[in-house]
Design a binder for this molecule. Structure first.
Ligand code: PAF
Length: 309
Protein backbone atom coordinates (compact mmCIF):
# COMPACT_ATOMS: atom_id res chain seq x y z
CA UNK A 1 0.00 0.00 0.00
CA UNK A 2 1.25 3.48 -0.83
CA UNK A 3 2.03 5.56 2.27
CA UNK A 4 0.20 8.81 2.83
CA UNK A 5 2.04 11.61 4.68
CA UNK A 6 -0.42 14.52 4.93
CA UNK A 7 -1.51 14.99 1.33
CA UNK A 8 1.79 13.54 0.04
CA UNK A 9 1.44 10.04 -1.44
CA UNK A 10 4.63 7.94 -1.41
CA UNK A 11 4.72 5.10 -3.94
CA UNK A 12 7.46 2.50 -3.76
CA UNK A 13 6.29 0.00 -6.38
CA UNK A 14 5.14 0.32 -9.98
CA UNK A 15 1.65 -0.86 -8.95
CA UNK A 16 1.37 1.81 -6.24
CA UNK A 17 2.60 4.43 -8.69
CA UNK A 18 0.09 3.33 -11.36
CA UNK A 19 -2.75 3.57 -8.83
CA UNK A 20 -1.65 7.04 -7.70
CA UNK A 21 -1.14 8.19 -11.32
CA UNK A 22 -4.61 7.06 -12.37
CA UNK A 23 -6.12 9.44 -9.79
CA UNK A 24 -4.29 12.50 -11.18
CA UNK A 25 -6.46 15.03 -12.99
CA UNK A 26 -5.06 17.91 -15.06
CA UNK A 27 -1.36 18.33 -15.85
CA UNK A 28 1.48 16.55 -14.04
CA UNK A 29 5.06 17.83 -13.67
CA UNK A 30 7.84 15.43 -12.68
CA UNK A 31 11.04 16.43 -10.89
CA UNK A 32 13.44 13.48 -11.25
CA UNK A 33 16.07 13.38 -8.47
CA UNK A 34 18.53 11.07 -6.77
CA UNK A 35 17.44 12.40 -3.37
CA UNK A 36 19.64 14.23 -0.83
CA UNK A 37 17.40 17.18 -1.67
CA UNK A 38 18.64 20.73 -1.15
CA UNK A 39 17.63 24.29 -2.02
CA UNK A 40 18.37 23.63 -5.72
CA UNK A 41 15.81 20.80 -5.78
CA UNK A 42 13.33 23.04 -3.93
CA UNK A 43 13.63 25.55 -6.78
CA UNK A 44 12.85 22.78 -9.32
CA UNK A 45 9.81 21.73 -7.27
CA UNK A 46 8.62 25.35 -7.11
CA UNK A 47 8.89 25.68 -10.90
CA UNK A 48 6.94 22.41 -11.23
CA UNK A 49 4.31 23.78 -8.85
CA UNK A 50 3.92 26.94 -10.98
CA UNK A 51 3.73 24.92 -14.20
CA UNK A 52 1.33 22.05 -13.50
CA UNK A 53 -1.71 21.01 -11.45
CA UNK A 54 0.08 18.06 -9.81
CA UNK A 55 3.75 17.70 -8.83
CA UNK A 56 5.58 14.38 -8.62
CA UNK A 57 9.17 13.89 -7.41
CA UNK A 58 11.11 10.70 -8.08
CA UNK A 59 13.89 9.70 -5.69
CA UNK A 60 16.18 6.98 -6.99
CA UNK A 61 19.97 6.63 -6.94
CA UNK A 62 20.40 5.11 -10.38
CA UNK A 63 23.20 2.50 -10.43
CA UNK A 64 23.30 2.54 -14.24
CA UNK A 65 24.78 6.05 -14.38
CA UNK A 66 27.70 5.42 -11.98
CA UNK A 67 31.04 4.05 -13.20
CA UNK A 68 32.77 1.21 -11.29
CA UNK A 69 35.10 3.65 -9.46
CA UNK A 70 32.43 6.24 -8.71
CA UNK A 71 30.49 7.03 -5.54
CA UNK A 72 27.34 4.89 -5.96
CA UNK A 73 27.77 3.18 -2.56
CA UNK A 74 28.49 6.34 -0.61
CA UNK A 75 26.00 8.57 -2.47
CA UNK A 76 23.90 10.22 0.31
CA UNK A 77 20.56 8.48 0.94
CA UNK A 78 18.35 10.67 3.15
CA UNK A 79 14.80 9.54 2.35
CA UNK A 80 13.12 10.78 5.58
CA UNK A 81 14.59 14.27 5.18
CA UNK A 82 13.70 14.24 1.47
CA UNK A 83 10.07 13.36 2.20
CA UNK A 84 9.88 16.17 4.79
CA UNK A 85 11.16 18.64 2.15
CA UNK A 86 8.65 17.32 -0.42
CA UNK A 87 5.80 17.66 2.10
CA UNK A 88 6.88 21.22 2.99
CA UNK A 89 7.03 22.16 -0.73
CA UNK A 90 3.51 20.83 -1.37
CA UNK A 91 4.58 17.88 -3.56
CA UNK A 92 1.61 15.59 -4.29
CA UNK A 93 3.35 12.34 -5.20
CA UNK A 94 6.78 10.82 -4.50
CA UNK A 95 7.99 7.76 -6.39
CA UNK A 96 10.82 6.17 -4.37
CA UNK A 97 11.46 2.73 -5.87
CA UNK A 98 14.11 0.23 -4.78
CA UNK A 99 16.77 -0.99 -7.22
CA UNK A 100 14.83 -4.19 -7.93
CA UNK A 101 11.61 -2.27 -8.64
CA UNK A 102 13.39 -0.12 -11.23
CA UNK A 103 15.55 -2.95 -12.61
CA UNK A 104 13.93 -6.37 -11.99
CA UNK A 105 16.76 -7.73 -14.17
CA UNK A 106 19.81 -6.15 -15.78
CA UNK A 107 18.38 -4.20 -18.76
CA UNK A 108 19.54 -5.40 -22.16
CA UNK A 109 17.90 -2.64 -24.17
CA UNK A 110 19.08 0.79 -23.11
CA UNK A 111 19.25 4.31 -24.48
CA UNK A 112 22.49 5.19 -26.29
CA UNK A 113 23.50 8.78 -25.83
CA UNK A 114 25.38 9.04 -29.16
CA UNK A 115 28.14 11.54 -29.98
CA UNK A 116 26.94 14.14 -27.45
CA UNK A 117 27.21 11.55 -24.70
CA UNK A 118 30.87 10.86 -25.49
CA UNK A 119 32.26 14.39 -25.06
CA UNK A 120 33.00 16.68 -22.10
CA UNK A 121 31.35 15.06 -18.99
CA UNK A 122 30.69 11.94 -21.09
CA UNK A 123 34.41 11.62 -21.89
CA UNK A 124 35.27 11.95 -18.18
CA UNK A 125 32.53 9.44 -17.19
CA UNK A 126 32.12 6.79 -19.94
CA UNK A 127 28.62 5.27 -19.95
CA UNK A 128 27.23 7.89 -17.57
CA UNK A 129 24.83 9.50 -20.05
CA UNK A 130 23.57 6.13 -21.39
CA UNK A 131 22.60 5.16 -17.82
CA UNK A 132 21.12 8.57 -17.07
CA UNK A 133 18.99 8.66 -20.24
CA UNK A 134 17.82 5.08 -19.69
CA UNK A 135 16.49 5.82 -16.21
CA UNK A 136 14.93 9.12 -17.30
CA UNK A 137 13.12 7.32 -20.14
CA UNK A 138 11.91 4.65 -17.68
CA UNK A 139 10.69 7.35 -15.28
CA UNK A 140 8.85 9.06 -18.14
CA UNK A 141 7.16 5.75 -19.04
CA UNK A 142 6.20 4.99 -15.44
CA UNK A 143 5.10 8.44 -14.25
CA UNK A 144 3.77 9.67 -17.63
CA UNK A 145 4.35 13.38 -16.86
CA UNK A 146 3.27 16.22 -19.14
CA UNK A 147 6.47 18.07 -18.27
CA UNK A 148 9.72 17.38 -16.45
CA UNK A 149 12.05 19.83 -14.71
CA UNK A 150 15.85 19.52 -14.56
CA UNK A 151 18.55 21.80 -13.18
CA UNK A 152 20.70 23.85 -15.56
CA UNK A 153 23.68 23.00 -13.35
CA UNK A 154 23.84 19.69 -15.24
CA UNK A 155 23.79 21.51 -18.58
CA UNK A 156 24.94 18.56 -20.68
CA UNK A 157 22.42 16.26 -19.00
CA UNK A 158 19.65 18.77 -19.78
CA UNK A 159 20.79 19.11 -23.42
CA UNK A 160 20.88 15.31 -23.80
CA UNK A 161 17.40 14.86 -22.34
CA UNK A 162 16.05 17.53 -24.69
CA UNK A 163 17.73 15.71 -27.57
CA UNK A 164 16.34 12.30 -26.52
CA UNK A 165 12.82 13.74 -26.25
CA UNK A 166 13.14 15.31 -29.72
CA UNK A 167 14.79 12.32 -31.42
CA UNK A 168 12.43 9.71 -29.94
CA UNK A 169 9.23 11.81 -30.00
CA UNK A 170 8.72 11.52 -26.26
CA UNK A 171 5.58 13.52 -25.36
CA UNK A 172 7.12 15.35 -22.39
CA UNK A 173 7.95 19.05 -22.23
CA UNK A 174 11.46 19.43 -20.78
CA UNK A 175 12.09 22.54 -18.69
CA UNK A 176 15.37 23.82 -17.22
CA UNK A 177 15.69 25.75 -13.95
CA UNK A 178 18.62 28.09 -13.12
CA UNK A 179 21.46 26.88 -10.89
CA UNK A 180 21.11 27.82 -7.22
CA UNK A 181 24.39 28.96 -5.59
CA UNK A 182 25.92 29.52 -2.16
CA UNK A 183 26.76 33.20 -1.38
CA UNK A 184 30.38 32.59 -2.55
CA UNK A 185 29.15 31.16 -5.87
CA UNK A 186 29.51 27.41 -5.23
CA UNK A 187 26.71 25.64 -7.13
CA UNK A 188 24.46 23.59 -4.83
CA UNK A 189 24.94 19.84 -5.26
CA UNK A 190 24.09 16.77 -3.22
CA UNK A 191 27.82 15.95 -3.40
CA UNK A 192 28.80 19.17 -1.54
CA UNK A 193 28.03 17.38 1.72
CA UNK A 194 31.12 15.18 1.16
CA UNK A 195 33.42 18.21 1.37
CA UNK A 196 35.57 18.94 4.45
CA UNK A 197 35.95 22.62 5.46
CA UNK A 198 39.26 22.91 3.57
CA UNK A 199 37.85 21.13 0.50
CA UNK A 200 34.82 23.42 0.59
CA UNK A 201 37.15 26.45 0.30
CA UNK A 202 38.95 24.96 -2.70
CA UNK A 203 35.61 24.02 -4.33
CA UNK A 204 34.68 27.72 -4.57
CA UNK A 205 37.45 28.22 -7.19
CA UNK A 206 35.28 26.42 -9.76
CA UNK A 207 32.54 29.07 -9.88
CA UNK A 208 35.08 31.90 -9.44
CA UNK A 209 36.85 30.66 -12.57
CA UNK A 210 33.63 30.49 -14.57
CA UNK A 211 32.70 34.00 -13.43
CA UNK A 212 36.12 35.29 -14.53
CA UNK A 213 35.54 33.65 -17.92
CA UNK A 214 32.07 35.18 -18.21
CA UNK A 215 33.46 38.63 -17.40
CA UNK A 216 35.73 38.32 -20.44
CA UNK A 217 32.90 37.51 -22.86
CA UNK A 218 33.33 40.81 -24.76
CA UNK A 219 36.90 39.80 -25.68
CA UNK A 220 35.92 36.60 -27.51
CA UNK A 221 36.00 32.81 -26.91
CA UNK A 222 39.77 32.37 -26.45
CA UNK A 223 39.92 35.13 -23.83
CA UNK A 224 36.97 33.61 -21.92
CA UNK A 225 38.79 30.28 -21.61
CA UNK A 226 42.11 31.97 -20.78
CA UNK A 227 40.56 34.05 -17.97
CA UNK A 228 38.90 31.00 -16.42
CA UNK A 229 42.07 28.93 -16.75
CA UNK A 230 44.12 31.55 -14.89
CA UNK A 231 41.87 31.07 -11.83
CA UNK A 232 41.92 27.28 -12.18
CA UNK A 233 45.74 27.29 -12.30
CA UNK A 234 45.65 28.94 -8.86
CA UNK A 235 43.13 26.33 -7.67
CA UNK A 236 45.53 23.58 -8.76
CA UNK A 237 48.05 24.78 -6.16
CA UNK A 238 45.51 25.22 -3.32
CA UNK A 239 45.59 22.88 -0.32
CA UNK A 240 43.82 20.55 -1.06
CA UNK A 241 44.08 21.20 -4.82
CA UNK A 242 41.35 21.24 -7.44
CA UNK A 243 42.37 18.56 -9.95
CA UNK A 244 40.76 19.58 -13.23
CA UNK A 245 38.91 17.17 -15.51
CA UNK A 246 38.01 19.75 -18.12
CA UNK A 247 37.34 23.41 -18.87
CA UNK A 248 35.49 23.88 -22.16
CA UNK A 249 33.50 26.45 -24.06
CA UNK A 250 30.76 24.64 -25.99
CA UNK A 251 27.64 25.08 -28.04
CA UNK A 252 24.78 24.58 -25.52
CA UNK A 253 22.70 22.32 -27.74
CA UNK A 254 25.46 20.01 -29.09
CA UNK A 255 28.29 20.36 -26.57
CA UNK A 256 30.71 20.69 -29.48
CA UNK A 257 33.65 22.97 -28.56
CA UNK A 258 33.62 26.55 -29.85
CA UNK A 259 37.01 27.43 -31.32
CA UNK A 260 36.00 30.07 -33.85
CA UNK A 261 37.37 33.50 -32.80
CA UNK A 262 34.43 35.22 -34.52
CA UNK A 263 31.72 33.04 -32.95
CA UNK A 264 28.45 34.80 -32.11
CA UNK A 265 25.50 33.26 -30.27
CA UNK A 266 24.90 31.26 -27.10
CA UNK A 267 27.59 29.21 -25.38
CA UNK A 268 28.20 27.31 -22.18
CA UNK A 269 31.44 27.56 -20.23
CA UNK A 270 31.64 24.24 -18.36
CA UNK A 271 34.20 22.93 -15.90
CA UNK A 272 34.63 19.87 -13.70
CA UNK A 273 37.26 18.60 -11.34
CA UNK A 274 38.04 16.59 -8.25
CA UNK A 275 38.44 18.08 -4.78
CA UNK A 276 39.64 15.24 -2.57
CA UNK A 277 37.45 12.34 -3.74
CA UNK A 278 34.52 14.55 -4.74
CA UNK A 279 33.66 15.15 -8.41
CA UNK A 280 32.25 18.67 -8.86
CA UNK A 281 30.80 20.18 -12.02
CA UNK A 282 29.55 23.65 -12.86
CA UNK A 283 28.81 25.83 -15.86
CA UNK A 284 27.68 29.32 -16.87
CA UNK A 285 25.57 30.19 -19.91
CA UNK A 286 27.10 32.98 -22.03
CA UNK A 287 26.24 34.87 -25.19
CA UNK A 288 28.77 36.24 -27.68
CA UNK A 289 27.20 39.32 -29.28
CA UNK A 290 28.03 40.42 -32.83
CA UNK A 291 30.28 43.50 -32.94
CA UNK A 292 28.28 46.73 -32.66
CA UNK A 293 27.38 48.07 -36.09
CA UNK A 294 28.82 51.58 -36.30
CA UNK A 295 26.22 54.08 -37.66
CA UNK A 296 27.19 55.22 -41.18
CA UNK A 297 28.86 58.59 -40.71
CA UNK A 298 27.32 60.43 -43.63
CA UNK A 299 23.79 59.01 -43.42
CA UNK A 300 21.29 61.88 -43.19
CA UNK A 301 18.95 61.74 -40.17
CA UNK A 302 15.52 62.24 -41.61
CA UNK A 303 14.03 62.67 -38.10
CA UNK A 304 16.38 65.49 -37.06
CA UNK A 305 14.70 68.87 -36.56
CA UNK A 306 15.52 71.33 -39.34
CA UNK A 307 18.73 73.32 -38.70
CA UNK A 308 18.13 76.94 -37.75
CA UNK A 309 19.80 79.28 -40.17
O1 PAF B 1 20.32 14.81 -12.05
C1 PAF B 1 20.04 13.78 -11.40
O2 PAF B 1 19.79 13.83 -10.19
C2 PAF B 1 20.00 12.45 -12.13
O3 PAF B 1 20.97 12.40 -13.13
C3 PAF B 1 18.61 12.09 -12.68
C4 PAF B 1 18.18 13.06 -13.78
C5 PAF B 1 17.58 12.10 -11.56
C6 PAF B 1 18.65 10.70 -13.31
O4 PAF B 1 19.04 9.73 -12.39
Amino acid sequence: MAEQAGTLVVSRTREELAAARSGVRGTLALVPTMGALHEGHRSLIRLARESADTVAVSIFVNPLQFGPDEDFDRYPRTLDDDLAICAAEGVDLVFAPSGSVMYPSRPQVTIKSGPMGAVVEGAARPGHFDGMLTVVMKLFQLVRPDMAIFGEKDAQQLAMIRRMVADLNVPVEVMGAPTVREPDGLALSSRNRYLSAAERETAAFLSTALRAGADAVGAGPAEVVRAARTVLDKAATADPPLVMDYLVLVDPSTFVEIDDAGYTGPAVLAAAGLVGATHLIDNLPLRFAPPELAPPESAPNEFAPPKES
